[in-house]
Design a protein around this ligand. Structure first.
Ligand code: SF4
Ligand code: F3S
Length: 104
């Protein structure tokens, strides 16, 4: 599966939802997550994200993100259509420590 990581937080560009063939993105206030049991590992979302927030869970050190994507995709609503990103999205692109600062 692929997972969304902290680079998405407060950027939320939503280009990913436009390309996913199985519509497996779910929306929280500050970021999106992927439902790992629905993701078919096609990989098309990864290069679409301007924040480079989407990674395959085969990369090391992503266990916590896999857990977070699994947990919140069960709670948050499905999103299939891109909307306007937050106005200050670009200011948060590449920012360090976003999970501790903003994830609620
Ligand atoms: Fe959707 Fe494919 Fe990305 Fe999985 S890898 S979230 S199926 S676009
Ligand atoms: Fe987030 Fe990137 Fe999608 S910033 S909303 S994972 S395009």
């Amino acid at each position: 599966t692929y997972v969304v990581t902290d680079a998405c937080i407060r950027c939320k560009y939503m280009d990913c939802v436009e390309v996913c063939p199985v519509d497996c993105f779910y929306e929280g206030e500050n970021m999106l997550v992927i439902n790992p049991s629905e993701c078919i590992d096609c990989g098309v979302c990864e290069p679409e994200c301007p924040a480079e927030a989407i990674l395959p869970d085969t990369e090391s050190g992503l266990e916590n993100w896999l857990e977070l994507n699994t947990k919140y995709s069960a709670e948050w609503p499905n999103i299939t259509v891109k909307r306007e990103s937050p106005e200050d999205a670009d200011e948060h692109k590449g920012e360090e420590g976003k999970f501790d600062k903003y994830f609620s």
